[in-house]
Design a protein around this ligand. Structure first.
Ligand SMILES: Nc1nc2c(ncn2[C@@H]2O[C@H](COP(=O)(O)OP(=O)(O)OP(=O)(O)O)[C@@H](O)[C@H]2O)c(=O)[nH]1
Ligand SMILES: [Mg+2]
Length: 398
């Protein structure tokens, strides 16, 4: 699972990325600060099942803090995309290619409207963030339509000669994007084309197909960043204007400061918390005290900095992921070494039990006999769809 942090230059992508990963990639108030993609790991929260049992857990891959499990999610922060990126402007091709493997896009916009399309500063409220959302979709659609359209007639004719199914033809043309057959079938239904005659698909048809494919296979969420400098009425309008995309107001700068202050032991704060507390006010200098007071006002106004919420709405709401806890002993919820709930994995909602077994280990998938639900102790068949928070033992042939 990888989420791409995307948008035009200078909107706060790297600040949001640093806040979410606690890495330290360059950030600055001018465009093209990021010149090559940054990869890092963040985490989303879920209630740890250990709390229901009253026994402590022994987390391996996903730490547990006060009954909250933090499950890893990969992030990629790319350099700012500028108009014409799909034609290679501002190295757009290269950066878009880095996004091929991302499962969804968190688009950061400057909600305060003070950054131009090229990332230059502008007076607040003069640039429309809704247009930015529209524009990025168009760039991405043109990029995918461009991949599809390369040497199109030759490929289309040979697909017709070989009588390839249109979904397979499309999947092969877009291999690097790893789009599944169901999404391709859904896209094919939206375009008024002769499905079996790709040679008759016009440039417009290919654009429409690319748009439908991106919409279904690469969900987006808008982080309305710099919300600290944005009129609340404008935030509400933005949410209406970009419907059906969800919009989460964020203050990446505040989140980064809080996470770093928490790491330094200056404040008590867990990402996503609606408040924070000073550990020892006497240790702070005046500038730190003022900065934290400003952040307190932002957090009070919005309920949080919005950054953790944006990632979680992306992962759970847009990408429909659930968290599953594989165990080797369904009674004690332990692995072979007696560790309670050692792992927590993200997977698509309704993942069949056998598919989950493959995720844990390919041998477990291949030799799958049945799964056992750790709560009800019932046997689950290979195709049983798993639910969020499931504790599951896989029984496999040895
Ligand atoms: N007021 C305010 N400023 C922010 C916020 N988030 C980021 N910034 C500032 O916006 C500027 C740009 O931040 P970056 O994180 O470098 O932006 P970017 O989108 O990664 O920029 P490029 O890499 O150049 O595309 C910096 O001066 C940040 O401090 C925020 O929530 N509020
Ligand atoms: Mg950057």
């Amino acid at each position: 699972m990888e989420v791409g942090v995307v948008g035009k230059p200078n909107v706060g992508k790297s600040t949001l990325f640093n806040a979410l990963t606690l890495l330290d990639v360059p950030m600055a108030p001018y465009p093209f600060t990021t010149i090559k993609p940054n990869r890092g790991v963040s985490a989303v929260r879920t209630a740890c099942p250990h709390t229901a049992r009253g026994t402590p857990c022994h987390p391996g891959n996903a730490k547990c803090v006060n009954g909250v499990r933090w499950v890893p999610v990969s992030l990629i922060d790319v350099p700012g995309l500028v108009p014409g990126a799909h034609e290679g402007k501002g190295l757009g091709h290269q950066f878009l290619d880095e996004l091929r493997a991302a499962d969804g896009y968190l688009q950061v916009v400057d909600a305060s409207g003070s950054t131009t399309a090229e990332g230059e500063p502008a007076p607040p409220g003069t640039i429309d963030p809704a247009k930015e959302v529209e524009w990025l979709e168009e760039e991405m659609v043109r990029w995918v339509a461009g991949i599809l359209g390369r040497d199109f007639m030759r490929f289309a004719r040979s697909a017709e000669l070989e009588e390839s199914a249109p979904e397979e033809f499309l999947q092969t043309r877009l291999t690097g994007l790893a789009i599944g057959i169901p999404a391709i079938m859904a896209a094919l239904r939206t375009a008024p084309i002769d499905r079996d005659k790709p040679s008759t698909w016009t440039e417009g048809d290919r654009y429409q197909l690319a748009q439908a494919l991106l919409r279904s296979a690469r969900p987006r969420l808008v982080a309305a960043n710099k919300c600290d400098r944005t009129d609340p009425a404008r935030l509400a309008e933005l949410a209406t204007e970009v419907t059906p995309l969800p919009v989460v107001p964020t203050c990446a700068e505040a989140e980064l400061t809080l996470r770093r202050a928490a790491r330094a032991g200056l404040v008590k704060y867990q990402p996503g918390d609606p408040a924070f507390a000073l550990v020892d006010a006497a240790r702070l200098n005046d500038a730190q005290r003022r900065a934290l007071h400003e952040i307190e006002l932002i957090v009070q106004r919005f309920g949080s900095t919005g950054v953790q919420e944006a990632l979680e709405r992306m992962v759970f709401g847009q990408l429909h992921q659930i968290i599953v806890f594989p165990v080797e002993d369904e009674v004690h919820w332990t692995d072979s070494k007696g560790r309670v709930l050692p792992d927590a994995f993200l997977m698509p909602a309704q993942t069949p039990a056998r598919q989950m077994a493959y995720r844990v280990h390919s041998d477990l998938g291949e030799n799958f006999i049945r799964a056992i639900d750790g709560r009800t102790h019932r046997a689950l068949a290979a195709d049983h769809p798993l639910e969020n928070g499931a504790v599951v033992r896989i029984v496999a042939r040895r």
